[in-house]
Design a protein around this ligand. Sequence first.
Ligand SMILES: Nc1ncnc2c1ncn2[C@@H]1O[C@H](COP(=O)(O)OP(=O)(O)O)[C@@H](O)[C@H]1O
Ligand SMILES: [Mg+2]
Length: 504
Amino acid sequence: MLAIEMLEITKVFPGVLANDRVNLRVEQGEIHALLGENGAGKSTLMSILFGLYEPDSGLIRIWGKAVKIRSPNDATALRIGMVHQHFKLVHNFTVTENIVLGLEPHNALGNLDLRSAEKRVAELSETYGLAVDPRARIENITVGMQQRVEILKILYRDADILIFDEPTAVLTPQEIDELLAIFRRLKSEGKTILFITHKLKEIKAAADRCTVLRRGKYIDTLDVSKTGEAELAEKMVGRAVIFRIEKKQARPGGVVLKIEDLTVIGAKGTPAVSGLSLDVRAGEVVGIAGVDGNGQSELVAAIAGLLPVKSGRVLLKGNDVSKESIRNRNERGLGLVPEDRHRHGLVLDFRLDENLILKSFRRRPYSNRAGFLRFPVIFRHAETLITDFDIRAGNGPATLAKSMSGGNQQKVIIAREIDLSPELLIVSQPTRGLDVGAIEYIHRRIVEERDKGRAVLLVSFELDEILGLCDRIAALSKGQVAGVLPVEEADERRIGAMMGGVHA
Ligand SMILES: Nc1ncnc2c1ncn2[C@@H]1O[C@H](COP(=O)(O)OP(=O)(O)O)[C@@H](O)[C@H]1O
Ligand SMILES: [Mg+2]
């Protein structure tokens, strides 16, 4: 029996055909993945199913019956629940208080009956193996647990169809495994699961079937057990995907970045980086491997001038820049692709062409002698970079940064930084949250910069990415370099041990 049928669904946003006659058929009791690159139209389709958007045309049937879903309340009445990418929990409330919010249970005397609600939450948690404490405060539980509270919230409202928008994006590898196990448990209890992802591994691990969207269009629905990762990737991207990063042997030159005995104080007031030394040469990629929170962010911030240096020195081509302003460091040839794209990488309310000259607008040709911006020049500059970096923006150079997908926002930052021809390019988590096509592209550009003789410092939590891209790998543990290995001598086990604090 079909739980969901979405037929010929079309949704237009100004300038964007987000869903173009999309079809989706989900069987009762299956785990169905919705696969597609950033901007493919997945969230739009799910938002239509959950009543957040109305389609321009098309038909929806739930349990075989044609329905109009005009609001999330309609969806809830049809036993459809959705766990969004950003949770909507009240942090100083308890788990149960969050779950009953909006439908507070009352006892015979008309008083709020939290006790019976807690009991029901505990039962649901037990049934589905969620291990959630009904009385815990949201602010005291992990992101993974908060996600389970969101699941409980919709189960409490009797959802039979559960929709998840990129549920694994915020989770650690171990939490991902646990969530996929929860999916299987929900399925064994008769629930229907629909989850959005662009990670092929997760689909292979958990989904029964998979529907692929590409640029707003329906591509195919596949039986996952009969489909390989390469085929899934090809359907998603529209061409064969190379999983291996192809590169020649590096030919390193002189030292561009020298870090000497660097100590940086972190947000807790204690050293996040302590006594760290490292060199990066022209024409090589040096990788910083490590588990999140071992000083990576503070190290990059101190090199770029976003955090003060407590002691030690940062030298760029022999010049001590430890006390210099961010702008001076940029002028001396430092380019940065920051880990937080939204806070440090882009001005979201600015247009694409403006974002592409954030660091160079004072200079010619973007400003004239009198200091006025030359908009036609800025516009044409953006057109060139849009082509060179394969940036997809519906409205060309005039597109607002905030309306672009994550992968394309990241391409904008990378385009801007590479366009300045920096001698030292620092790239921090360059592919986090991006799809296969964008990852492949960004990796290629990083290797190209290396081959042009730039010094590249790459920070990543993805060991595969580090091993694939770098010429030398420094493992970071508790703010110190536990060891540096040439890639030829590195493997997952050796680097993993150093990340865990075993010094080489
Ligand atoms: N509210 C909106 N207004 C305008 N355009 C939107 C809106 N939501 C999504 N889009 C555009 O529609 C397309 C599909 O977006 P989305 O459904 O979020 O893709 P996905 O979830 O697959 O990454 C993108 O080009 C996106 O920029
Ligand atoms: Mg989305």
